[in-house]
Structure formats: C-alpha cells, structure tokens
Design a protein around this ligand. Sequence first.
Ligand SMILES: Nc1nc2c(ncn2[C@@H]2O[C@H](COP(=O)(O)OP(=O)(O)OP(=O)(O)O)[C@@H](O)[C@H]2O)c(=O)[nH]1
Ligand SMILES: [Mg+2]
Length: 879
Amino acid sequence: MASEPEDEKRWEGLLRKMLPAGAPLPDEEHLDYSIAIEYEGPPLPYDLPEVDPVNIDSLNLHSSSVAAGSVEAPSSIPVASPVGQKVSRFNRARNGGVVKETSRTVSFPTPRTQPELRNSREGSEFEGAEEGFISELPVQDSNLEQKPIGGATGGKRAAVVTFNEPRDLENEGDPENDNDGGRSSSPQSSAATEQVGSPVAWASSPGRRSSKRGICSRCGKGNRLKEREWCLVCDAKYCSNCLLKAMGSMPEGRKCVSCIGQPIDESKRSSLGKCSRILSRVCSPLEIGQIMRAEKECPANQLRPEQLVVNGRQLREEELAEILGCELPPQKLKPGRYWYDKDSGLWGKEGEKPGSIISSKLNVGGKLRSDASNGNTKVFMNGREITKIERRMLKLANVQCPPDTHFWVYDDGSYEEEGQNNIKGNIWGKASTRFICSLFSLPVPSGNQSGAKEDPTTPSSRSVPEYLEQGRVQKLLLFGLEGSGTSTIFKQAKLLYGNKFTSEELQNIRLMIQSNMYKYLSILLEGRERFEEEALTENRISLSAAHDSPSVVDESEQCIYAINQRFKHFSDWLLDIMATGDLDAFFPAATREYAPIVYEVWRDPAIQETYKRREELHCFPEVAKHFLDRAIEISSNEYEPSETDILYAEGVTQSNGLASMEFSFDDRSAMSELYNETYEYPLALTKYQLIRINSKGLSEGFKWLEMFEDMRAVIFCVALSDYDQMWADGNGLLHNKMLASRDLFESLVRHPCFRDTAFVLFLNKYDAFEGKINQVPLSACEWLRDFSPVRPHGNNQSMAQQAYYYVAVKFKELYSSITGEKLFVAQTRAWEGASVDEAFKYVREVLKWDEEKNDNFFAINGDDSFYSTEMSSPPVRQE
Ligand SMILES: Nc1nc2c(ncn2[C@@H]2O[C@H](COP(=O)(O)OP(=O)(O)OP(=O)(O)O)[C@@H](O)[C@H]2O)c(=O)[nH]1
Ligand SMILES: [Mg+2]
C-alpha cells in the first residue's frame, strides 16, 4: 500500500511537471484551482467572450453548444468553473474544432468544491477524438441520453435497482439538474435523513450518477471512454492519475480523504470489495487485497440495524448481528424492507416474491404478515399469501394448491396442509422443480439444507446454487420462429463455453436424430409421390396431344420418380405412420430393424431425383443428407453423436423445447483490449444463463412469457434465408416466414414483460442467405420489396451484405418505432462456432453499454441516421 510519504512524493512529482522549471512548489493552501483551455478549431462564427481573468464565474457558462461544426453562437463557452477561482490561462486558438482542456493545476478537492467541480466537467466531454473507435462499438441513440432517466418516455430501466422510494425525486428525473443534484442527494443529506431512522432514506437513487460522466473530479480532465474510480460516499470520481492523491491510503476503501468516516452511498454497496480495473492498475495486488478487505470490513461501511425493516419492524442491533452471523445470511443485503418466513427460511423484499432462502428460525423483525409478498392467489404458505409465480411453480411441481389452501412448509422443503400432520412431499425434491425455480428466479434451498439428493448429471442441479446469489447471473432469453436456428445457437454456445452435454442429453439427441431421419425420408417419399404424379400427368397430356388418343404405354416404367414395389410398401407404411403422428411409438425398436431399407430407399435413383428438387419440399432441412447418408451407422446401438451431429440434430430437447445453460466468458471487453488494459487483479466473471424456448410452446397467447420477466436481454433469432419461405400458423394458414418472424418479434417487443429488456437481433443463416439472394430476389417478401441494391461489380458478396443491412434496418426501424430505442443486430451462421462466439461477445458488449447508458456515464453524441451511420457501424454487426 502506498504510504503517505510516497503519496506526497508522487504528488510533488506531478506538480513539478505542471509548473515551469525551477518554480518553487506552492504550499497546499495557496494552490490555485486554475483552468487552462485551448480552443483548437476552425474559425468560430462568433467571438469568444472576453474573460474576466479574475472571476471566471462572470462567464455564466454552459456546456454543449461549442462542438465541432456547431454554427449557432452559444451564449457561453462549454466550461464552467468552481465559484470564485482564478483563471491562470485562457487560451483561444482557432484552428481546430473542439474545445479542449490542456492543463489544470488543482488543489485538494474539498467536500464543498466537489459539486462545483462537476459543472466544470461539462465543457470538455465531447472531445470527439475517439469517433473512429466509437463507431466500432454499439452506439447509443443520441436522443436517448436526453431522456429523463426512468422518465415517462418509455425509457428503459435505470441501472440502479431501487425497491424503496427514491430519495430525491426532483433531481432524479432530470439529468440536467444533476449538476448539483448530486449534492442534494449527497451522503451528507442521507446522513441527515438517516437520523430519522427511515430505511427508505437509504434507497439507491438512480439519478445520482447521472451527468458526471467521464470527468475527473480532481484534475478535471475528461474522456468519456476512460474509466474513473468513484468515491463510495460522494459523487466525486477520479482518473488513474489522481486516484491515489484523492483517496490516500484508503483505510476504509475507496473514499475521498475528506469522506473517510462517513457512511457509504447505499447505491454503491454492491461494489464494496470488488476491485475495479482502474484500481488494479494503480495498486499492487497486495495493496488491493488490503483495500478491499478494509472496504468490506471497516465499521463505517457496515449496514446499521435501523436501515433494515423485517416483517414491518425495524431491526435491533442484536437482530442484525443474528442475520449477518447465521449460516446462510441474505446475500448482498441492502437497506430496505423485507419479509422473512422463519419456518421455511424464505426471504424476500416487501411486496415481492421470495428472493432467497436463508437460515430458518432466526428471531428477527416482526411477525410474518399474510400480505408480505403482496400475493393474491388465496394460497397461503406459513401464513403468507403466495404470489402467482410461486403458485405456478407449485403446480408444475405437482403440488395441489386450489384456492384457500394453507400450507405449512419447513426449512427442508417438506410440506403439509395446515392442521393435517401429514407430510405430503418435498417441494424442491425434484430436479425438474429446481430447474423451473431457476428459470423463474425463485429460490431453492442450497444442497445441504434441502436434504434433497442432487442428480449431478442434470444441468439444473449443477447450476442451481449459482442462482442463489441474485444478480450475479444475467439471463438471456433466446427465441425465434420455428426453424430460425435457436436450438443450433444454443447447442453451439454449449459447445463453445464448456458446458458438457450430459449422457441424458446425448441420449435425447441420439433419439432425435434417429427419429428425424425417418421424418426426412418421409418428406422425400411424399415429394416423390407428388413429382411422380405430376410427371405422369404431364406425360399423359403430351402423349394425348401427340397421338390424339389415350396412352397405352406403361407409364410407371418410364418415370424417373418411380420406385419398386418393396419400397412402395415401405413408403406407404411410413407415410401412414407419419400421418397418424405415431412415429415415436416405433422407436427405438424400429430404428435398427429398418435402417437397411432406409439407406436403400435413400440411395434409390427416384429419391435422389426427388432430392434434387428439395427446394420444392416443405420443411426439408439441409442437414437431412448429413444423416441419411449415414443411416446405418446412426441406427446402430453404438452410435454416439459427434459434435457436428449434435449441432445438426434439429432441437435441443425432445419435449417442450425449454432448455437452459449457464456460461461465462472472459469479461474483458473490446474496449479494454483496445486500451491494452491488463488485469493484475482477478475480476469476477459475469455469468450468463441462456434460456431457449421453442416458439411452439408459446401458442397459448404468450402466457409463458410472463415467467421470463426478469430477463436481462432477449436474443431474437431470425433466419435470413426465410424471406421466400412459407410457414403455417396454428390454424394451418400459410404466411411468408420472414413476415411471421417480424410479427413474432413485434409481439415480443410489445410484451409488457420485456418493456425494460434489451433486445439483440441475431440474423442467422447468413450462409444460406448468401447462396440464395442472387437466385430469389429479396422482394419475394412483401415487407422487403423496396430493397434496391446498388450493383457496383455485380458481385454476390456485396449483394448479400446489402440485403442483410436492409433487413437489419427494417427490424431496427420497427423496433425504434415501438420503443424509441436502438436495436442491436448481429449476423450469425449458427453452424460456425466462431460466428456464434462473436455474436455472444457482441451481446456482452451491448449489455455493458446498456448498463453504462443507464448509468449515464458516457455521453455519446452521434449522428444517427439509419442509412449513413448504421450501414457502417456495429449496431448492425459486420462480418
Ligand atoms: N444453413 C444454415 N442452416 C442453419 C443455420 N442455423 C441453423 N440451421 C439449420 O436450420 C434448421 C433449424 O434450426 P434449429 O436450430 O433447429 O431451429 P429452431 O429455432 O430450434 O427451430 P425449432 O426447433 O423448429 O423451434 C436446422 O436444420 C439447422 O441445422 C445456419 O446458420 N445456416
Ligand atoms: Mg430446432
């Protein structure tokens, strides 16, 4: 850890660099807070106001009007200064386009000057130097940032989750106000409210971080892309150069020297003890270890009992100690109002479904109330009326729960009806129930607590404990119209990110492959019948035209689509089975028995002729050949699907199409790679849970979607090559498949569950699209009929690219017309691992940017026309 003398040395060195050679070092008291500005821009169409060198406040400065290309004379220059500070240099050069701060000498920021400093940051935030870089990353809507955070404009969620009333409503909605808004919601004011003893006062306030962006509170230098370290108490933040000077030896973790001893800003509690990248650059791992420990353990940063209300009663000192000291305490406890069921150990935020299961039998807070979680199901668990989602989970777990049922649930999950003294079972006993709980963010007891034996081969039981730590897993819902490629993408992600297929899953996939083989063959046989009939009819017509009499030739002999009697019997048998939907009844027994004939039929010239016309066959997938060529091998008992087979097998699971996996990847973003940031200190990896649902499962009016309300993002998958395909809806009506995809997408975007959820569009099957676009015009889909490609060299690639962008833009326009937000688009070829990997990394970037947008850390000011910018910028990902 840097000692104080070392700090001093560093500081001295800094000052010496700033001062003219040989100048004496001023003592701290006499340091000026001075600003030097250089304007490097083209001649301005107005004159910069004369500056009173003594009092920069005479300028009445605002931001935003001076930027490259701005022609409107601003009433002011984008610089404001601390009240009453001297200007040492104010330099106006006129040969560039931006106002740029060149140097500052600063004194220690005192608590009084920090909020004032924030004003001065506004000016230099649009430096514009990184435009090229920005275009490589998901660019945010420039209009977005002007929206009030969480305002009524349909804006997305603020990144900081609150479950109490915000402290300062006035400032919260208005980022502009936030120049001093930080002050009104500053720790000082929270400390004052705290005296009143209301935990509400400690709620996180989404507005508080608003407009501070990337300007260092100490040196005033700004760069919207560089990271800053925030003080845990106040709104000040520091660049890597100023961090150590401003925060000293950090005896209570990351706090300005002047904030030491003060309670932390509760919205930052979740970052306690988590090292940031910037800190890992300026301190050694040993120092970081000490700082992080101090941050987590020092008394000033601890929760206080009065900040927690449990079952309607504020906690006492010893109760807080009991909760924090128990075997299974609530994770990431924040100030607020909670309910606690001491019999089952269920714990949740007041008015909400249970969030976790903690140790039972703790004597804390008041008595559990029936309306604790605001349920309205008339089903009661230990006296609490449960929520709808809990009731659904119980139903799926086969627990009978008609209205007016009163359960008694114990901490091991066993339950009985009240007054019956007869244990009926264990709610969380089955792996499937725990799986459902994990999908719907309902807690399950941890392994040793539930006593339930976990089957280590099921994905659910392996991953469930991870979900207990709420907030660590980002849920991604993967969805799309039938055949769009969601299961291929899911499996690809599973292979990519180290999730092994369990033996049960492999067995499922094997059966799927074997049964699909018969499906493919039946499509061919049906097509063959049709082609044969057509050929014969044509033949008859031409013969009768030629001879003016009915033909006497044996027609079937001549037709290329004719098959022999044995195959004909087999064909009739198979098509009958397929028609009755009874295929599964024959498996797996029939698999081996019929394998030789399947292979023979497939090799038959009539079937090969039919295969040549596969484009005319409804729902005949490209992968069919891959499997039919190996019919005998696939049908054998020893067959184990290879990775390619797994990918090509259509589907993930045989049953309901619901599949889930957890993964994480290196958290370094493209940004950090570009900045050559090194990770000397291990950073926590973000975990993702990818949930894939089958669109067929949604036939009941999207009822299921309600279960997925807490998704971090929806990944909507569209097969690009579907633009000329037809698709039959539930009523058998045929629609263009791209249109059907669009409509499905629209219903999802409009669905209330996803109002605050980011969307990423995967435009899949680019390979098939590339192959098709020159044969079939994009206008085969009426929605895309306005596509008018430029044909510079008539080359396929550029045509496919143009068409791809066009489709992307159509979806983006649709999305933005509904939400006012930007849709992010990635191109995928699900069969290629690298392509899927890139797409998921893109999702990771989008989520980071989405978070930052909500935090309003970075203000991105960009031109946002769909055609000019988007065609070259990554909201549509380029390959
Ligand atoms: N050419 C090509 N085919 C693909 C691609 N992605 C998936 N497919 C194939 O398209 C077909 C449908 O893909 P699936 O992953 O099963 O699609 P899905 O969304 O799961 O569809 P359902 O299972 O019907 O709900 C399969 O035969 C895949 O092998 C791709 O990028 N290019
Ligand atoms: Mg599938």
